[in-house]
Design a protein around this ligand. Structure first.
Ligand code: DGJ
Length: 473
């Protein structure tokens, strides 16, 4: 008798009868069905590798030219920082009693008297002045350097975001104007600057910014007003409502002790304001501190905010006019203690960058992804590439505020972050870097038959970089 095996099962007899027996025997048929399923999944995966989702022949051609465009953006640079030796002479006895440990880079960053302060906050002499830079220096972003507007003044748009108004071919950058003295309202309180208002800058090339003025001003006399100068206005973001034709601004509104924990809403007929302040509230009845808004492709907009003592984020759709939240809300990233959310979408997946909660001090960014904006959201770890370990672990000494899509280069974005200067908040800097979505995630937590669901989100460190030719058409 011939002894054969099928999928490891010993079978004997006429080959024609073998299949009948395999298929009819209940134990065997179950094993065959399982193996057939595994085969199908493998075939499907192979197919999706050869024909990635939604990619046509035209896409492939575009992809090739895109590779040339984006090659430089992804070539991140490494940094080797030298920490200076401890300062001041000490007697051998003092050294024996308490040996002085050398400082860490993050301590140097936070020390306003550090000898290497210029590494984090380069001085006026290296400022980027779009009205003066010519030739090869033109159009280079230099993260951390002072960035001047077209009048020659440092740009004041912290914790900001950008709105592209297609009909005008213009980008508008809104952010906190912090151009006042930094002080502590209480001994233990965080460093602060009084509310001056929300600044707006306009640009066609994302590099040369014209100051459009303060589009929502702080209130100097009425102490009961949300925008009273001794309160807090942070992270303003503006979106356009196609149905009402209004520009709608959402922002974090608080008192000096951060106990009001609310959102504020303002509205204007024009991108350059003036914006009328409407009201503040705790959305869905919850605390709301760091926040952002996101307008999806279908026109539905969402509010995302840190809540429950910053231990989790909440997300929910806005009403059709974008002037309030609806009743729908989901708790996301529960227990992860994240803030500074910046949300974006690539193809059908939603992505978000967040920071940890350490006041004005920088910390590690995390990237998150979800198939549905309302969650569940998965965390994918630190997206930063290049620099050095400390700079990667501190988001290049900055904190996320916004991710701007570059629609002509699908999968590429500008990551916008603030390098806060707690000693002088008005001298906080901007860290803009290329961000891409693609490749396998390093820390995939969610699996689909053994294959990670999410692409990697990468933020590439560059001392200076420029957008590739053709980024806008
Ligand atoms: C971190 C937040 O992200 C900032 O917007 C600001 O609120 C600071 N905390 C205040 O310490």
């Amino acid at each position: 008798m011939v002894l054969r095996t099928i999928f490891g099962i010993p079978i004997s007899g006429n080959p024609a009868l073998i299949m009948v027996r395999v298929l009819s025997g209940s134990r065997y048929s179950l094993v065959v069905a399982v193996w057939a399923l595994v085969g199908c999944v493998l075939m499907l995966h192979l197919y999706s590798l050869i024909h990635p989702r939604e990619r046509s022949e035209g896409d492939i051609e575009f992809h090739l030219s895109q590779l040339q465009l984006t090659h430089e953006l992804q070539a991140s640079q490494d940094e080797g920082f030298q920490i200076p030796p401890p300062r001041g002479r000490r007697s051998p006895r003092a050294i024996k009693r308490r040996p002085r440990r050398s400082t860490t880079l993050i301590e140097e960053f936070l020390d306003e008297t550090s000898q290497v302060r210029h590494m984090f906050f380069p001085d006026q002499r290296t400022a980027i002045d779009p009205m003066k830079e010519v030739g090869d220096d033109n159009m280079y972003f230099s993260p951390g350097k002072i960035w001047l507007d077209t009048d020659g003044n440092p740009i004041q748009a912290h914790g900001g975001g950008i709105l592209y108004v297609e009909k005008l071919g213009m980008y508008y950058w809104y952010g906190e104007n912090k151009n006042g003295p930094t002080y502590h309202a209480h001994k233990k309180g965080a460093a602060r600057v009084d509310i001056i208002g929300v600044s707006c800058y306009s640009s066609k090339d994302l590099w040369t910014w014209k100051n459009e003025g303060i589009v929502l001003a702080g209130e100097e006399t009425n102490v009961t007003h949300d925008l009273y100068q001794l309160n807090v206005l942070e992270r303003p973001k503006v979106i356009y409502n196609d149905k009402t034709g209004k520009y709608v601004m959402w922002m974090h509104i608080d008192d000096a002790n951060y106990t009001k924990a609310s959102v504020g809403i303002a509205v204007s007929d024009y991108p350059t304001g003036p914006f009328d302040y409407l009201y503040s509230k705790q959305p869905h009845g919850y605390e709301s501190r760091d926040m952002t808004i996101f307008k999806d492709d279908d026109g539905v907009a969402y509010l995302i905010y840190s809540s429950e003592d910053n231990s989790e984020l909440h997300i929910g759709p806005l009403t059709e006019d974008y002037l309030d939240v609806t009743h729908a809300v989901r708790r996301i990233l529960v227990g992860q203690h994240r803030e500074a959310p910046a949300l974006f979408k690539y193809r059908r997946t939603y992505y978000m960058i967040t920071s940890g909660c350490t006041g004005w001090a920088p910390n590690e960014a995390h990237a998150h992804a979800s198939e549905s904006i309302m969650g569940p959201w998965e965390s994918m770890g630190n997206p930063c590439i290049g620099g050095n370990k400390v700079s990667r672990d501190t988001t290049f000494f900055s904190q996320s505020t916004f991710v701007l899509p570059l629609p002509k280069i699908p999968g590429f974005y500008i990551f916008m972050a603030d390098r806060w200067n707690p000693a002088q908040l008005n001298d906080s800097r901007y860290v803009w870097l290329p961000l891409s979505v693609g490749g396998a995630a390093d820390m995939p937590l969610d699996y689909n038959f053994g294959f990670p669901l999410w692409s990697r989100v990468s933020i590439f460190w560059h001392r200076r970089w420029k957008l590739p030719n053709g980024w806008n058409g």
